[in-house]
Write a protein that binds this ligand. Structure first.
Ligand code: FAD
Ligand code: SF4
Length: 529
Protein backbone atom coordinates (compact mmCIF):
# COMPACT_ATOMS: atom_id res chain seq x y z
CA UNK A 1 0.00 0.00 0.00
CA UNK A 2 1.50 3.33 -1.02
CA UNK A 3 1.20 5.89 1.76
CA UNK A 4 3.44 8.79 0.94
CA UNK A 5 3.85 9.58 -2.69
CA UNK A 6 4.74 13.20 -1.81
CA UNK A 7 8.24 11.85 -1.31
CA UNK A 8 8.49 10.91 -4.96
CA UNK A 9 11.58 12.70 -6.14
CA UNK A 10 11.10 15.27 -8.90
CA UNK A 11 14.30 14.13 -10.54
CA UNK A 12 14.01 11.64 -13.42
CA UNK A 13 14.98 8.02 -13.02
CA UNK A 14 18.56 7.80 -14.30
CA UNK A 15 17.89 4.58 -16.11
CA UNK A 16 14.20 4.29 -16.99
CA UNK A 17 14.67 1.77 -19.80
CA UNK A 18 16.77 -0.65 -17.82
CA UNK A 19 14.58 -3.68 -17.02
CA UNK A 20 17.00 -4.76 -14.30
CA UNK A 21 16.93 -1.37 -12.60
CA UNK A 22 17.28 -2.17 -8.95
CA UNK A 23 15.07 -1.21 -6.06
CA UNK A 24 16.56 -0.92 -2.58
CA UNK A 25 14.14 -1.73 0.26
CA UNK A 26 15.07 -0.83 3.82
CA UNK A 27 13.99 -2.93 6.79
CA UNK A 28 14.50 -1.46 10.25
CA UNK A 29 15.18 -3.67 13.26
CA UNK A 30 11.56 -3.47 14.42
CA UNK A 31 10.09 -4.17 10.97
CA UNK A 32 10.44 -7.95 10.87
CA UNK A 33 6.99 -8.75 9.53
CA UNK A 34 7.31 -11.85 7.35
CA UNK A 35 3.62 -11.58 6.36
CA UNK A 36 4.20 -8.20 4.69
CA UNK A 37 3.00 -8.01 1.09
CA UNK A 38 6.56 -7.06 0.03
CA UNK A 39 7.57 -10.68 0.54
CA UNK A 40 4.69 -12.27 -1.37
CA UNK A 41 6.81 -12.78 -4.45
CA UNK A 42 10.50 -12.94 -5.20
CA UNK A 43 11.83 -10.20 -7.39
CA UNK A 44 15.39 -10.23 -8.74
CA UNK A 45 15.37 -6.48 -9.05
CA UNK A 46 14.77 -5.94 -5.34
CA UNK A 47 17.51 -5.81 -2.71
CA UNK A 48 16.52 -5.75 0.96
CA UNK A 49 18.91 -4.16 3.43
CA UNK A 50 19.27 -4.31 7.21
CA UNK A 51 21.93 -2.56 9.27
CA UNK A 52 23.31 -2.94 12.79
CA UNK A 53 24.36 0.66 13.46
CA UNK A 54 25.96 2.82 16.14
CA UNK A 55 23.19 5.29 15.41
CA UNK A 56 20.82 2.77 17.00
CA UNK A 57 23.04 1.26 19.69
CA UNK A 58 23.96 4.72 21.00
CA UNK A 59 20.85 6.95 20.85
CA UNK A 60 20.01 5.67 24.36
CA UNK A 61 22.01 3.54 26.78
CA UNK A 62 20.28 0.23 26.15
CA UNK A 63 20.12 -2.91 28.21
CA UNK A 64 22.62 -5.46 26.89
CA UNK A 65 19.80 -7.99 26.39
CA UNK A 66 17.83 -5.50 24.31
CA UNK A 67 20.64 -5.00 21.79
CA UNK A 68 21.36 -8.72 21.66
CA UNK A 69 17.67 -9.47 21.07
CA UNK A 70 17.43 -6.93 18.24
CA UNK A 71 20.57 -8.17 16.50
CA UNK A 72 19.56 -11.82 16.84
CA UNK A 73 16.11 -11.12 15.50
CA UNK A 74 17.44 -9.08 12.56
CA UNK A 75 20.03 -11.70 11.66
CA UNK A 76 17.51 -14.53 11.78
CA UNK A 77 15.03 -12.53 9.72
CA UNK A 78 17.67 -11.72 7.07
CA UNK A 79 18.63 -15.41 6.91
CA UNK A 80 14.99 -16.39 6.49
CA UNK A 81 14.53 -13.89 3.65
CA UNK A 82 17.61 -15.29 1.90
CA UNK A 83 16.33 -18.84 2.35
CA UNK A 84 13.10 -17.75 0.73
CA UNK A 85 15.03 -16.54 -2.30
CA UNK A 86 15.18 -12.80 -1.62
CA UNK A 87 18.34 -10.75 -2.10
CA UNK A 88 19.54 -9.34 1.21
CA UNK A 89 22.40 -7.04 2.17
CA UNK A 90 23.15 -7.15 5.89
CA UNK A 91 25.73 -5.00 7.64
CA UNK A 92 26.88 -6.32 11.00
CA UNK A 93 28.17 -3.84 13.56
CA UNK A 94 31.79 -4.63 12.67
CA UNK A 95 31.34 -4.82 8.89
CA UNK A 96 34.05 -2.73 7.21
CA UNK A 97 31.47 -1.12 4.88
CA UNK A 98 29.23 -0.04 7.75
CA UNK A 99 28.94 3.78 7.96
CA UNK A 100 26.74 3.47 11.08
CA UNK A 101 24.07 5.98 10.10
CA UNK A 102 20.99 5.29 8.01
CA UNK A 103 21.60 7.91 5.33
CA UNK A 104 25.24 7.00 4.85
CA UNK A 105 24.58 3.26 4.64
CA UNK A 106 21.71 3.80 2.24
CA UNK A 107 23.75 6.11 0.06
CA UNK A 108 26.54 3.54 0.00
CA UNK A 109 24.22 0.81 -1.33
CA UNK A 110 22.44 3.14 -3.73
CA UNK A 111 25.81 3.93 -5.33
CA UNK A 112 27.18 0.40 -5.11
CA UNK A 113 24.23 -1.26 -6.86
CA UNK A 114 23.22 1.71 -9.02
CA UNK A 115 19.84 1.68 -7.38
CA UNK A 116 17.03 3.28 -9.36
CA UNK A 117 14.37 3.38 -6.67
CA UNK A 118 14.31 3.47 -2.87
CA UNK A 119 11.49 2.08 -0.73
CA UNK A 120 11.02 1.84 3.01
CA UNK A 121 8.42 0.93 5.59
CA UNK A 122 7.01 3.75 7.70
CA UNK A 123 9.05 3.85 10.92
CA UNK A 124 7.24 3.72 14.27
CA UNK A 125 9.57 6.32 15.74
CA UNK A 126 9.38 10.01 15.01
CA UNK A 127 13.17 10.49 14.87
CA UNK A 128 13.54 7.81 12.17
CA UNK A 129 10.51 9.06 10.29
CA UNK A 130 12.06 12.52 10.13
CA UNK A 131 15.48 11.18 9.22
CA UNK A 132 14.13 9.12 6.34
CA UNK A 133 11.88 11.91 5.07
CA UNK A 134 14.87 14.27 4.97
CA UNK A 135 16.97 11.61 3.28
CA UNK A 136 14.34 11.07 0.59
CA UNK A 137 14.01 14.78 -0.11
CA UNK A 138 17.68 14.84 -1.03
CA UNK A 139 17.60 11.75 -3.19
CA UNK A 140 17.80 11.99 -6.96
CA UNK A 141 15.87 8.74 -7.47
CA UNK A 142 12.20 8.08 -6.67
CA UNK A 143 11.37 7.05 -3.11
CA UNK A 144 8.22 5.63 -1.55
CA UNK A 145 7.14 4.76 1.98
CA UNK A 146 4.82 1.84 2.69
CA UNK A 147 2.73 0.80 5.64
CA UNK A 148 4.20 -1.89 7.90
CA UNK A 149 0.88 -3.81 7.75
CA UNK A 150 1.14 -4.52 11.46
CA UNK A 151 -1.08 -2.22 13.52
CA UNK A 152 -4.85 -2.46 13.70
CA UNK A 153 -5.37 1.29 13.49
CA UNK A 154 -3.65 3.80 11.21
CA UNK A 155 -1.09 6.30 12.49
CA UNK A 156 -3.65 9.07 12.81
CA UNK A 157 -6.74 6.96 13.57
CA UNK A 158 -6.94 8.07 17.20
CA UNK A 159 -6.65 11.75 16.33
CA UNK A 160 -9.36 11.37 13.70
CA UNK A 161 -11.57 9.29 16.01
CA UNK A 162 -11.64 11.88 18.81
CA UNK A 163 -11.13 15.09 16.84
CA UNK A 164 -11.08 17.92 19.38
CA UNK A 165 -12.58 15.79 22.18
CA UNK A 166 -10.51 14.41 25.06
CA UNK A 167 -8.88 11.07 24.33
CA UNK A 168 -10.44 8.20 26.26
CA UNK A 169 -8.98 4.71 26.04
CA UNK A 170 -12.27 2.99 26.87
CA UNK A 171 -14.20 4.49 23.93
CA UNK A 172 -11.37 3.78 21.52
CA UNK A 173 -11.08 0.21 22.79
CA UNK A 174 -14.80 -0.41 22.30
CA UNK A 175 -14.58 0.92 18.76
CA UNK A 176 -11.67 -1.46 18.09
CA UNK A 177 -13.62 -4.40 19.49
CA UNK A 178 -16.50 -3.52 17.16
CA UNK A 179 -14.27 -2.89 14.15
CA UNK A 180 -12.48 -6.25 14.42
CA UNK A 181 -15.46 -8.07 15.86
CA UNK A 182 -13.51 -9.42 18.83
CA UNK A 183 -15.53 -10.89 21.73
CA UNK A 184 -18.65 -9.37 20.21
CA UNK A 185 -22.23 -10.41 19.59
CA UNK A 186 -23.40 -8.09 16.83
CA UNK A 187 -22.35 -4.65 17.99
CA UNK A 188 -22.54 -5.52 21.71
CA UNK A 189 -19.95 -7.28 23.88
CA UNK A 190 -20.56 -11.01 23.94
CA UNK A 191 -21.25 -11.04 27.70
CA UNK A 192 -23.12 -7.72 27.74
CA UNK A 193 -20.27 -6.10 29.72
CA UNK A 194 -17.28 -4.27 28.26
CA UNK A 195 -14.94 -3.93 31.20
CA UNK A 196 -13.76 -6.50 33.74
CA UNK A 197 -10.99 -4.42 35.35
CA UNK A 198 -12.67 -4.68 38.75
CA UNK A 199 -12.30 -8.49 38.72
CA UNK A 200 -8.65 -8.33 37.76
CA UNK A 201 -7.04 -7.00 40.90
CA UNK A 202 -6.03 -9.92 43.07
CA UNK A 203 -2.95 -10.20 45.21
CA UNK A 204 -0.96 -13.42 44.83
CA UNK A 205 -1.30 -15.61 47.90
CA UNK A 206 2.02 -16.54 49.52
CA UNK A 207 2.06 -20.19 48.46
CA UNK A 208 0.84 -19.55 44.91
CA UNK A 209 3.73 -19.79 42.44
CA UNK A 210 3.00 -19.14 38.76
CA UNK A 211 4.56 -21.47 36.15
CA UNK A 212 8.25 -20.93 35.41
CA UNK A 213 8.72 -18.60 32.43
CA UNK A 214 9.42 -20.29 29.09
CA UNK A 215 13.02 -19.38 28.21
CA UNK A 216 14.95 -20.08 25.01
CA UNK A 217 18.37 -21.12 26.17
CA UNK A 218 20.65 -19.77 23.49
CA UNK A 219 24.39 -19.07 23.55
CA UNK A 220 24.89 -15.43 22.59
CA UNK A 221 28.62 -15.16 23.36
CA UNK A 222 29.42 -14.04 19.79
CA UNK A 223 27.13 -10.98 19.84
CA UNK A 224 28.15 -10.20 23.41
CA UNK A 225 31.82 -10.19 22.40
CA UNK A 226 31.05 -8.09 19.35
CA UNK A 227 29.40 -5.44 21.55
CA UNK A 228 32.34 -5.53 23.97
CA UNK A 229 34.87 -5.23 21.18
CA UNK A 230 33.02 -2.33 19.61
CA UNK A 231 32.80 -0.69 23.06
CA UNK A 232 29.03 -0.25 22.94
CA UNK A 233 27.90 1.21 26.26
CA UNK A 234 25.13 -0.89 27.80
CA UNK A 235 23.36 -1.44 31.11
CA UNK A 236 22.10 -4.56 32.83
CA UNK A 237 23.28 -8.15 32.93
CA UNK A 238 23.08 -11.15 30.61
CA UNK A 239 23.71 -14.85 30.98
CA UNK A 240 25.47 -15.31 27.64
CA UNK A 241 25.07 -19.08 27.67
CA UNK A 242 21.32 -18.95 28.36
CA UNK A 243 19.73 -16.06 26.56
CA UNK A 244 16.01 -16.45 27.20
CA UNK A 245 14.11 -14.09 24.91
CA UNK A 246 12.34 -15.26 21.75
CA UNK A 247 13.94 -13.70 18.67
CA UNK A 248 12.35 -15.59 15.77
CA UNK A 249 8.75 -15.93 14.68
CA UNK A 250 8.80 -19.64 15.53
CA UNK A 251 9.93 -18.86 19.08
CA UNK A 252 7.38 -16.07 19.36
CA UNK A 253 4.64 -18.52 18.38
CA UNK A 254 5.95 -21.00 20.93
CA UNK A 255 5.79 -18.33 23.65
CA UNK A 256 2.27 -17.41 22.51
CA UNK A 257 1.21 -21.07 22.84
CA UNK A 258 2.82 -21.26 26.26
CA UNK A 259 0.99 -18.11 27.32
CA UNK A 260 -2.37 -19.41 26.08
CA UNK A 261 -1.99 -22.83 27.63
CA UNK A 262 -0.42 -21.96 30.97
CA UNK A 263 -0.80 -18.27 31.74
CA UNK A 264 -4.03 -17.02 30.21
CA UNK A 265 -6.20 -18.84 32.79
CA UNK A 266 -4.92 -16.39 35.45
CA UNK A 267 -3.73 -13.46 33.31
CA UNK A 268 -6.42 -11.06 34.47
CA UNK A 269 -6.62 -12.28 38.07
CA UNK A 270 -3.01 -11.39 38.82
CA UNK A 271 -2.40 -8.68 36.25
CA UNK A 272 -1.70 -6.09 38.95
CA UNK A 273 0.00 -8.41 41.46
CA UNK A 274 3.68 -8.10 42.39
CA UNK A 275 5.99 -10.46 44.23
CA UNK A 276 9.73 -10.69 44.83
CA UNK A 277 9.53 -14.45 44.17
CA UNK A 278 8.62 -14.41 40.47
CA UNK A 279 9.62 -11.92 37.80
CA UNK A 280 6.94 -12.49 35.16
CA UNK A 281 3.91 -13.97 36.96
CA UNK A 282 1.10 -14.55 34.46
CA UNK A 283 2.29 -11.89 32.00
CA UNK A 284 2.91 -13.00 28.44
CA UNK A 285 6.38 -11.46 27.83
CA UNK A 286 5.29 -11.11 24.21
CA UNK A 287 5.94 -7.37 23.96
CA UNK A 288 9.35 -7.72 22.26
CA UNK A 289 8.21 -10.15 19.56
CA UNK A 290 5.11 -8.07 18.92
CA UNK A 291 6.97 -4.75 18.88
CA UNK A 292 9.52 -5.97 16.32
CA UNK A 293 6.56 -7.36 14.34
CA UNK A 294 7.57 -11.02 14.39
CA UNK A 295 4.01 -11.54 15.64
CA UNK A 296 1.02 -9.43 14.68
CA UNK A 297 -1.30 -8.05 17.37
CA UNK A 298 -4.30 -9.52 15.58
CA UNK A 299 -2.90 -13.05 15.47
CA UNK A 300 -1.99 -12.85 19.17
CA UNK A 301 -5.51 -11.75 20.02
CA UNK A 302 -7.17 -14.34 17.76
CA UNK A 303 -5.05 -17.18 19.10
CA UNK A 304 -5.86 -16.26 22.71
CA UNK A 305 -9.58 -15.83 21.99
CA UNK A 306 -9.62 -19.29 20.38
CA UNK A 307 -7.98 -20.71 23.50
CA UNK A 308 -10.64 -19.09 25.68
CA UNK A 309 -13.40 -20.43 23.39
CA UNK A 310 -12.06 -23.97 23.72
CA UNK A 311 -11.57 -23.82 27.50
CA UNK A 312 -14.37 -21.62 28.78
CA UNK A 313 -14.75 -23.84 31.81
CA UNK A 314 -11.15 -23.10 32.86
CA UNK A 315 -10.63 -19.58 31.53
CA UNK A 316 -13.09 -17.00 32.77
CA UNK A 317 -14.13 -14.17 30.50
CA UNK A 318 -12.35 -11.60 32.68
CA UNK A 319 -9.00 -13.18 31.77
CA UNK A 320 -9.41 -12.96 28.01
CA UNK A 321 -11.06 -9.53 28.13
CA UNK A 322 -8.14 -8.23 30.21
CA UNK A 323 -5.62 -9.52 27.66
CA UNK A 324 -7.48 -8.31 24.58
CA UNK A 325 -7.84 -4.87 26.21
CA UNK A 326 -4.05 -4.56 26.54
CA UNK A 327 -3.36 -5.32 22.92
CA UNK A 328 -6.15 -3.85 20.84
CA UNK A 329 -6.89 -1.20 23.46
CA UNK A 330 -3.85 0.17 25.25
CA UNK A 331 -1.22 -0.69 22.67
CA UNK A 332 -3.05 0.86 19.72
CA UNK A 333 -4.21 3.79 21.87
CA UNK A 334 -0.63 4.62 22.88
CA UNK A 335 0.51 4.54 19.29
CA UNK A 336 -2.36 6.83 18.32
CA UNK A 337 -1.36 9.33 21.02
CA UNK A 338 2.26 9.22 19.87
CA UNK A 339 1.44 10.21 16.30
CA UNK A 340 -1.21 12.70 17.33
CA UNK A 341 1.07 14.54 19.76
CA UNK A 342 4.68 14.18 18.63
CA UNK A 343 7.06 15.97 18.62
CA UNK A 344 5.58 18.24 21.32
CA UNK A 345 4.87 15.24 23.55
CA UNK A 346 8.59 14.55 24.03
CA UNK A 347 9.20 17.81 25.90
CA UNK A 348 6.03 18.01 28.02
CA UNK A 349 6.66 18.55 31.73
CA UNK A 350 3.28 19.45 33.24
CA UNK A 351 4.53 19.43 36.86
CA UNK A 352 7.82 21.14 35.99
CA UNK A 353 9.77 18.40 37.71
CA UNK A 354 13.54 18.89 37.60
CA UNK A 355 15.27 16.53 40.00
CA UNK A 356 17.85 14.05 38.68
CA UNK A 357 17.18 10.32 38.85
CA UNK A 358 18.93 8.81 41.90
CA UNK A 359 21.95 6.75 40.86
CA UNK A 360 20.46 3.61 42.44
CA UNK A 361 18.03 3.42 39.52
CA UNK A 362 21.05 2.03 37.64
CA UNK A 363 22.18 -0.39 40.35
CA UNK A 364 19.12 -1.33 42.42
CA UNK A 365 21.03 -0.41 45.59
CA UNK A 366 18.30 1.13 47.73
CA UNK A 367 16.80 0.12 51.05
CA UNK A 368 13.29 0.35 49.59
CA UNK A 369 12.38 -3.28 48.98
CA UNK A 370 9.88 -2.63 46.19
CA UNK A 371 12.27 -0.45 44.22
CA UNK A 372 15.27 -2.67 44.89
CA UNK A 373 13.39 -5.64 43.58
CA UNK A 374 11.77 -3.98 40.54
CA UNK A 375 15.07 -2.37 39.49
CA UNK A 376 17.27 -5.44 40.11
CA UNK A 377 14.83 -7.57 38.17
CA UNK A 378 14.92 -5.07 35.30
CA UNK A 379 18.73 -5.17 35.29
CA UNK A 380 18.69 -8.99 35.34
CA UNK A 381 15.97 -9.62 32.77
CA UNK A 382 15.43 -6.35 30.83
CA UNK A 383 11.84 -6.80 31.95
CA UNK A 384 9.40 -5.67 34.58
CA UNK A 385 5.70 -6.08 34.23
CA UNK A 386 3.26 -3.23 33.89
CA UNK A 387 2.45 -2.59 37.53
CA UNK A 388 6.10 -2.66 38.56
CA UNK A 389 6.81 -0.05 35.87
CA UNK A 390 3.78 2.06 36.73
CA UNK A 391 3.28 1.77 40.49
CA UNK A 392 6.82 1.18 41.75
CA UNK A 393 9.51 2.86 39.63
CA UNK A 394 7.20 5.31 37.83
CA UNK A 395 5.26 6.12 40.97
CA UNK A 396 8.44 6.92 42.90
CA UNK A 397 9.87 9.05 40.07
CA UNK A 398 6.72 11.18 39.85
CA UNK A 399 6.26 11.59 43.61
CA UNK A 400 9.95 12.54 43.94
CA UNK A 401 9.71 15.13 41.14
CA UNK A 402 12.24 13.58 38.75
CA UNK A 403 12.63 15.32 35.40
CA UNK A 404 10.61 13.36 32.78
CA UNK A 405 13.62 13.43 30.40
CA UNK A 406 15.61 11.42 32.92
CA UNK A 407 12.73 9.04 33.53
CA UNK A 408 12.23 8.54 29.80
CA UNK A 409 15.91 7.87 29.20
CA UNK A 410 15.87 5.16 31.87
CA UNK A 411 12.76 3.42 30.55
CA UNK A 412 13.91 3.71 26.94
CA UNK A 413 17.16 1.98 27.80
CA UNK A 414 16.28 -0.69 30.28
CA UNK A 415 13.40 -2.67 28.81
CA UNK A 416 13.64 -5.28 26.07
CA UNK A 417 10.45 -3.87 24.49
CA UNK A 418 11.34 -0.18 24.73
CA UNK A 419 10.74 1.60 21.46
CA UNK A 420 9.96 5.28 21.74
CA UNK A 421 6.36 5.27 20.48
CA UNK A 422 5.26 2.90 23.24
CA UNK A 423 7.85 3.84 25.86
CA UNK A 424 7.32 7.61 25.91
CA UNK A 425 3.52 7.50 25.89
CA UNK A 426 3.54 5.07 28.80
CA UNK A 427 6.31 6.84 30.71
CA UNK A 428 5.90 10.56 30.14
CA UNK A 429 2.17 10.15 29.67
CA UNK A 430 0.66 7.39 31.76
CA UNK A 431 3.24 7.13 34.54
CA UNK A 432 4.53 10.71 34.94
CA UNK A 433 1.40 12.66 33.89
CA UNK A 434 3.87 15.03 32.23
CA UNK A 435 1.35 15.40 29.39
CA UNK A 436 -1.12 17.02 31.79
CA UNK A 437 -3.81 14.40 31.17
CA UNK A 438 -3.73 13.44 27.49
CA UNK A 439 -3.05 9.77 28.15
CA UNK A 440 -4.88 9.30 31.42
CA UNK A 441 -7.43 11.28 33.38
CA UNK A 442 -5.41 11.44 36.61
CA UNK A 443 -1.87 10.76 37.79
CA UNK A 444 -1.22 7.12 38.70
CA UNK A 445 0.37 7.34 42.14
CA UNK A 446 0.02 5.83 45.56
CA UNK A 447 1.40 5.63 49.05
CA UNK A 448 2.67 2.34 50.53
CA UNK A 449 -0.91 1.19 51.02
CA UNK A 450 -1.40 0.23 47.35
CA UNK A 451 2.04 -1.39 47.02
CA UNK A 452 1.35 -3.42 50.14
CA UNK A 453 -2.12 -4.35 48.93
CA UNK A 454 -0.82 -5.75 45.64
CA UNK A 455 2.56 -7.18 46.63
CA UNK A 456 4.71 -8.93 49.21
CA UNK A 457 7.38 -6.24 49.05
CA UNK A 458 6.60 -4.44 52.29
CA UNK A 459 7.15 -7.40 54.56
CA UNK A 460 10.79 -7.34 55.55
CA UNK A 461 11.43 -3.90 54.06
CA UNK A 462 13.79 -1.60 55.97
CA UNK A 463 11.00 0.98 55.89
CA UNK A 464 7.66 0.72 57.71
CA UNK A 465 4.69 0.77 55.40
CA UNK A 466 2.32 2.18 58.03
CA UNK A 467 4.45 5.13 59.11
CA UNK A 468 4.32 8.59 57.55
CA UNK A 469 6.99 10.14 59.73
CA UNK A 470 10.00 8.89 61.67
CA UNK A 471 13.38 7.47 60.70
CA UNK A 472 11.95 4.33 59.14
CA UNK A 473 8.76 5.75 57.67
CA UNK A 474 8.09 4.50 54.14
CA UNK A 475 9.17 7.28 51.74
CA UNK A 476 6.13 6.68 49.52
CA UNK A 477 3.84 7.90 52.33
CA UNK A 478 5.20 11.39 52.90
CA UNK A 479 6.17 11.85 49.24
CA UNK A 480 2.58 11.05 48.24
CA UNK A 481 1.29 13.96 50.31
CA UNK A 482 4.16 16.24 49.35
CA UNK A 483 3.36 15.63 45.68
CA UNK A 484 -0.32 16.50 46.14
CA UNK A 485 0.44 19.49 48.32
CA UNK A 486 2.97 21.03 45.94
CA UNK A 487 0.70 20.51 42.90
CA UNK A 488 -2.56 21.47 44.53
CA UNK A 489 -3.28 24.22 42.04
CA UNK A 490 -2.88 21.85 39.10
CA UNK A 491 -4.78 18.89 40.54
CA UNK A 492 -7.39 20.07 43.00
CA UNK A 493 -10.12 20.59 40.45
CA UNK A 494 -9.71 17.12 38.99
CA UNK A 495 -12.89 15.33 40.15
CA UNK A 496 -11.01 12.01 40.44
CA UNK A 497 -8.60 13.47 43.01
CA UNK A 498 -10.94 15.50 45.21
CA UNK A 499 -11.01 12.86 47.94
CA UNK A 500 -7.22 13.02 48.39
CA UNK A 501 -7.40 16.74 49.17
CA UNK A 502 -10.34 16.25 51.50
CA UNK A 503 -8.30 13.70 53.48
CA UNK A 504 -5.25 15.97 53.49
CA UNK A 505 -7.32 18.88 54.76
CA UNK A 506 -8.72 16.74 57.56
CA UNK A 507 -5.22 16.38 59.06
CA UNK A 508 -4.15 19.02 61.55
CA UNK A 509 -1.76 21.74 60.41
CA UNK A 510 0.88 20.27 62.70
CA UNK A 511 0.62 16.78 61.19
CA UNK A 512 0.69 18.20 57.67
CA UNK A 513 3.84 20.17 58.47
CA UNK A 514 5.54 17.08 59.90
CA UNK A 515 4.66 15.00 56.84
CA UNK A 516 5.96 17.69 54.49
CA UNK A 517 9.16 18.04 56.53
CA UNK A 518 9.65 14.26 56.37
CA UNK A 519 9.27 14.33 52.59
CA UNK A 520 11.65 17.29 52.28
CA UNK A 521 14.17 15.31 54.29
CA UNK A 522 13.89 12.38 51.89
CA UNK A 523 14.07 14.61 48.83
CA UNK A 524 17.25 16.13 50.23
CA UNK A 525 19.01 12.77 50.53
CA UNK A 526 17.51 10.65 47.77
CA UNK A 527 20.81 8.90 47.11
CA UNK A 528 20.66 7.44 50.62
CA UNK A 529 17.12 6.08 50.57
P1 FAD B 1 1.37 -8.41 29.19
O1 FAD B 1 1.04 -7.94 30.55
O2 FAD B 1 1.38 -9.86 28.93
O3 FAD B 1 0.36 -7.70 28.18
C1 FAD B 1 0.15 -8.20 26.87
C2 FAD B 1 0.54 -7.21 25.82
O4 FAD B 1 -0.28 -6.08 25.87
C3 FAD B 1 1.96 -6.69 25.91
O5 FAD B 1 2.89 -7.58 25.35
C4 FAD B 1 1.86 -5.39 25.13
O6 FAD B 1 2.00 -5.63 23.75
C5 FAD B 1 0.43 -4.94 25.40
N1 FAD B 1 0.37 -3.91 26.43
C6 FAD B 1 0.00 -4.06 27.72
N2 FAD B 1 -0.03 -2.86 28.34
C7 FAD B 1 0.35 -1.95 27.43
C8 FAD B 1 0.51 -0.55 27.48
N3 FAD B 1 0.27 0.18 28.57
N4 FAD B 1 0.92 0.06 26.36
C9 FAD B 1 1.16 -0.64 25.24
N5 FAD B 1 1.01 -1.96 25.15
C10 FAD B 1 0.61 -2.61 26.23
N6 FAD B 1 5.42 -1.45 26.65
C11 FAD B 1 6.24 -1.64 25.61
O7 FAD B 1 5.95 -2.46 24.75
N7 FAD B 1 7.39 -0.92 25.48
C12 FAD B 1 7.77 0.00 26.41
O8 FAD B 1 8.81 0.62 26.28
C13 FAD B 1 6.93 0.20 27.53
N8 FAD B 1 7.27 1.09 28.50
C14 FAD B 1 6.45 1.26 29.57
C15 FAD B 1 6.81 2.20 30.53
C16 FAD B 1 5.99 2.42 31.62
C17 FAD B 1 6.35 3.47 32.64
C18 FAD B 1 4.79 1.69 31.75
C19 FAD B 1 3.90 1.93 32.91
C20 FAD B 1 4.44 0.75 30.80
C21 FAD B 1 5.25 0.53 29.70
N9 FAD B 1 4.90 -0.41 28.70
C22 FAD B 1 5.74 -0.57 27.62
C23 FAD B 1 3.62 -1.11 28.73
C24 FAD B 1 3.64 -2.47 29.43
O9 FAD B 1 4.17 -2.32 30.71
C25 FAD B 1 4.43 -3.50 28.64
O10 FAD B 1 3.92 -3.59 27.34
C26 FAD B 1 4.30 -4.88 29.28
O11 FAD B 1 4.76 -4.84 30.60
C27 FAD B 1 5.09 -5.89 28.46
O12 FAD B 1 5.11 -7.13 29.11
P2 FAD B 1 4.21 -8.35 28.62
O13 FAD B 1 4.46 -8.60 27.19
O14 FAD B 1 4.46 -9.46 29.56
O15 FAD B 1 2.76 -7.75 28.79
FE1 SF4 C 1 8.19 -0.03 49.20
FE2 SF4 C 1 7.49 1.38 51.35
FE3 SF4 C 1 6.64 -1.11 51.07
FE4 SF4 C 1 9.21 -0.62 51.59
S1 SF4 C 1 7.48 -0.19 52.91
S2 SF4 C 1 8.41 -2.06 50.10
S3 SF4 C 1 9.52 1.26 50.43
S4 SF4 C 1 6.13 0.61 49.75
Amino acid sequence: MLLQNNMQSQAPNHNPQNKMAKTLRLLLGDQLNSAHSWFEKNDDSVIYCLFEMRQETDYATHHIQKIIAFFLAMRAFAAQLRNNGHQVEYLTLDHPDNRHTLPENLRYFIDKFQIARFEYLLPDEFRLDEQLSRFCEQLSIPAEAFDTEHFLAGRYALRDFFGKKNYLMESFYRAMRRKYHILMDGDQPVTGQWNYDQDNRQKLSKNHLPPNPLLFERDVSDIFQLLEKQKVKTIGRVDVKNFGWPTTRAEGLQLLDFFCEKLLPHFGDFQDAMTPHHWALYHSRLSFVINVKLLSPLEVVRRSVEEWQRRKDEISFAQIEGFVRQIIGWREYMRGIYWAKMPAFATMNFFEHHRPLPSWFWTGKTKMNCLRHAISQSLDHAYAHHIQRLMVTGNFAMLAGIHPDEVDAWYLGIYIDAIEWVEITNTRGMSQFADGGITGTKPYCSSAAYINKMSHYCEGCFYKKDQRTGVRACPFNSLFWHFHDRHREKLERNPRIGMVYRNWDKMSGEVRAEVLAQAEGYLGCMEDL
